[in-house]
Ligand binder design. Structure first.
Ligand SMILES: CC(C)(COP(=O)(O)OP(=O)(O)OC[C@H]1O[C@@H](n2cnc3c(N)ncnc32)[C@H](O)[C@@H]1OP(=O)(O)O)[C@@H](O)C(=O)NCCC(=O)NCCS
Length: 402
């Protein structure tokens, strides 16, 4: 009889993230090939895991057409050389796609139906522009179900500024600068690179190269520089390219396992899933979504926000992260929050990003035996939030470092 079991994040890897568009490093690379590369890299690093024991492969993409269509989990599994007996599926919850891959596979493991699963996501925003190929039902606007601005994520970020005037542009700019500097410091200390799978890329002239680092970083960013940037989402607005996640191409993948599989294959998990939740909010201010989803996840876990020692919050927009921090009474520059920077600097390939947060949290857990719980959380277009709380297997029970 199948029994309920703990769910473990055994390992995760990702491609370096590229700037979307013709000048970006993945312009000539297929989206599905990015996932395939990530799967191959992860399976190589976890060579003791028998491939034929993987019960399912869930891959998310927001735009599920062309090279991101055709049941990505199944096609990527075949292309990555997994046995034909391994099934796969595609997942879609916009920005929380990969996070939903993990929670869906995690739940299947938790109820004892699966032993091992792969969960991740991809978004090639260069080849699949945000909102491209969609045909929103006219009722949304005709019946005033949502404001037309709710479909433009940058406009929803401006609305957070409107709703909470004490969350100023200057605070958002500071957050944007800090993200760039923290990512560069993490790079300089080789914190990010170990979880990147290099990808062979072809440039416009047909010459091959190797993508080994996230392309969109701007370590030279200054507060003064950000103050002068245009506000593309509203004349005289507050949200700029310096406080937004850039349009990005990339893929992520994780290996999840149940308690018995961990024992059977001698795995060394990096995190244990404690709880997860998704929640809906008004689409016009979708960026506040992770507030209720985090409250729900904390409640399910029997924890409070004070129990969280590390936060990996997706920086869709600086203002949107700040709204969560403000809600929970956490300072914008709290060292527990995105210690190695976030999506403003690394990029946010929509349906891939959830697992990027987990990869980064897992790497920090290994260095921080003083921290027991961590949170990965993100906002989702059309007004949702997603949160997953994780436990650090390296926690040694000692008091938190000051
Ligand atoms: C904000 C956004 C519109 C900017 O797009 P873009 O104009 O193509 O971005 P760029 O990289 O060209 O940056 C615009 C300008 O700002 C400058 N800039 C960007 N970041 C900067 C930084 N950190 N420091 C200094 N200058 C910066 C660029 O150099 C560029 O300057 P230029 O116009 O003189 O060339 C785009 O990134 C976006 O839509 N982001 C949000 C994506 C999104 O909605 N994701 C889903 C979230 S839910």
């Amino acid at each position: 009889m199948a029994e309920m079991t703990d769910v473990f994040f055994v390992d995760g890897m990702r491609t370096p993230f590229g700037r979307a568009g013709e000048k970006g490093m993945y312009w000539n690379t297929r989206a599905d090939d990015l996932v395939v590369k990530a799967i191959i890299g992860l399976m190589e690093r976890n060579g003791d895991v028998p491939k034929d024991r993987i019960d399912d492969v869930a891959i998310a993409a927001t735009s599920q057409t062309g090279d991101q269509g055709l049941t990505l989990g199944r096609t990527a599994a075949i292309l990555a050389g997994l046995p034909m007996t391994v099934p796969g599926l595609a997942i879609e919850r916009m920005c929380a796609g990969a996070m939903t891959s993990v929670t869906t596979m995690g739940a299947s493991i938790g109820v004892g139906m699966y032993d091992l699963a792969l969960a991740g996501g991809v978004e090639h925003m260069g080849r699949h522009p945000i909102g491209g190929n969609v045909d929103p039902n006219p009722r949304f606007v005709a019946e005033k179900l949502v404001d037309p601005g709710a479909l433009n994520m940058g406009v929803t970020a401006e609305r957070i500024h409107d709703r909470f005037p004490h969350l100023t542009k200057e605070r958002a700019d500071r957050f944007g600068v800090a993200s760039q500097h923290k990512v560069q410091a993490a790079y300089d200390a080789s914190k990010i690179q170990p979880d990147l799978v290099p990808v062979a890329v072809k440039n416009a002239e047909g010459a091959w190269g190797l993508a080994t680092e996230d392309e969109g970083r701007r370590p030279e960013t200054t507060l003064e520089g950000l103050a002068t940037l245009k506000t593309p989402f509203r004349p005289h607005g507050r949200v700029t390219a310096g406080t937004s996640s850039p349009l990005t191409d990339g893929a992520t993948i994780s290996l999840l396992a149940g308690g018995d599989a961990v024992k059977e294959f001698g795995l060394a998990p990096k995190m244990r899933m404690v709880s997860f939740a998704f929640a809906g909010v008004e689409p016009e201010i979708m960026g506040i979504g992770p507030i209720p989803s985090t409250e729900k996840a904390l409640k399910k876990a029997g924890l409070t926000i004070d129990d969280i020692g590390l936060f990996e919050l997706n920086e869709a927009f600086a203002i949107q992260v700040i709204s969560l921090l403000d809600h929970f009474g956490i300072a914008d520059d709290d060292p527990r929050v995105n210690p190695w920077g976030g999506a403003i600097a690394l990029g946010h390939p929509l349906a891939a990003s959830g697992v990027r947060l987990m990869i980064q949290l897992a790497a920090q857990f290994a260095e921080r035996p003083d921290v027991r719980y961590g949170l990965t959380a993100m906002c989702v277009g059309l007004g949702q939030g997603g949160s997953v709380i994780w436990e650090n297997p390296f926690f040694d029970g000692k008091k938190k470092r000051k």
